[in-house]
Design a protein around this ligand. Structure first.
Ligand code: RAM
Length: 352
């Protein structure tokens, strides 16, 4: 089964990216201090000014969140929302708390957060909600929010990555490892659990020897990839459901010819970061979605919550600009669409 992503075509994406780059140049405000990114002021760009959102990614400097928050800024501009992106440079459980407090104290109408730890930020998010701030979880869920904008279903991601790996290993199967990112992240742990459960249920010829964690940090992910390849003699594949981990596993493989052709790497990656490895044959296929669309959808969900168009109840519907109409599902989850598979034929078509 091929996974194709709803909501973006290459041409449309190229146009959107060019438009977005021009818009971002117009809107970018002054840069913040350490731990903050330039904020763009939708009001200054002619927006209504009475709605606002602060995006708090897992960490600044991760190109995945640079892409998702670029899409969020594009949507905020369309909606006339004041947009801010602020966040930590590390992925510790409590690193995002100061930025939630800043959003509360500056009267932001909504917060969109990709929590490094689903429970560690709850006291602060509940404080925000008690003061009327709408909270959107995006990319990864937290226990205290109004809605969760999810890039794809957990089962869809697990099925996609396991299929790529099982197809590569064939009847013989073999020993694999999983290299994830932050050990407390709800999205990553859900995917790791679903991947292991699916392999146990449907692929008795595949053994998961170890799960390692790179904490969404380049150097650590590289070292963990090295450790897996050096410590598991019959290792045949690594599944890395995290853009930092899959990039660094490919990076270590590219640096270490003795493992090339022996260990196969796939996972969830950014085309912009993985293209060199796909074009050189180090990696054949990997999955993801359009992170810019994820952020774009999260901004529209925040705006709909502020306007009262949705409350987060199952069945609520709202318009999300160029992405069309979305419906709130069970537990307040809004799903962007299915996973998309990138390979040598298409990886060069995308700029995120
Ligand atoms: C990293 C982060 C993010 C995840 C992607 C796939 O950038 O862990 O939360 O969605 O990988």
């Amino acid at each position: 089964m091929r996974f194709t992503t709803s909501g973006f075509s290459r041409k449309k994406l190229a146009v959107a990216t060019a438009t977005l780059a021009a818009t971002a140049l117009l809107l970018t405000g002054c840069a913040g201090g350490s731990g903050t990114a330039p904020s763009t002021d939708g009001a200054a760009a002619g927006g209504g000014g009475d709605t606002s959102v602060t995006f708090i990614p897992k960490s600044l400097g991760n190109k995945y969140f640079e892409a998702s928050d670029k899409g969020a800024a594009e949507a905020a501009d369309e909606l006339g929302m004041t947009f801010k992106e602020e966040g930590p440079t590390a992925t510790g459980s409590a690193d995002q708390v100061p930025f939630i407090q800043t959003a509360i104290q500056t009267g932001q109408k909504s917060i969109a957060i990709a929590a490094n730890d689903p429970t560690a930020v709850c006291n602060d998010l509940e404080q925000a909600r008690s003061q009327g701030v709408k909270v959107v979880a995006y990319d990864t869920d937290t226990d205290c929010r109004d809605v969760f904008v999810n890039q794809a279903t957990v089962d869809g991601i697990a099925e996609g990555l396991v299929k790529l790996t099982a197809d590569h290993l064939g009847e013989e199967g073999g020993t694999i490892a999983i290299l994830s990112g932050g050990a407390n992240a709800a999205n990553l742990n859900a995917w790791v659990d679903a991947i292991q459960a699916l392999i146990k249920k449907d692929h008795p010829n595949i053994t998961v020897a170890k799960v390692a964690y790179g904490d969404d940090v380049d150097e650590k992910a590289y070292q963990e990839a090295q450790g897996l390849m050096q410590s598991i003699p019959d290792l045949k594949a690594i599944i890395a459901p995290d853009t930092v981990s899959v990039k660094e596993a490919a990076h270590y493989l590219a640096d270490t010819p003795e493992y090339q052709g022996k260990v196969w790497v796939t996972g969830l990656g950014l085309p912009s970061e993985m293209a060199e490895y796909v074009e050189s044959g180090i990696v054949e296929e990997f999955g993801l979605w359009n992170p810019e669309d994820l952020g774009y959808l999260a901004s529209y969900a925040a705006d709909a919550l502020i306007a009262g168009t949705i409350t987060g109840e199952e069945g609520d519907t709202f318009e999300a600009g160029k992405l069309g109409e979305y419906t709130v599902g069970e537990g307040g989850e809004i799903v962007l669409g299915p996973m998309f598979v990138f390979n040598k034929e298409n990886v060069g078509d995308f700029s995120f």
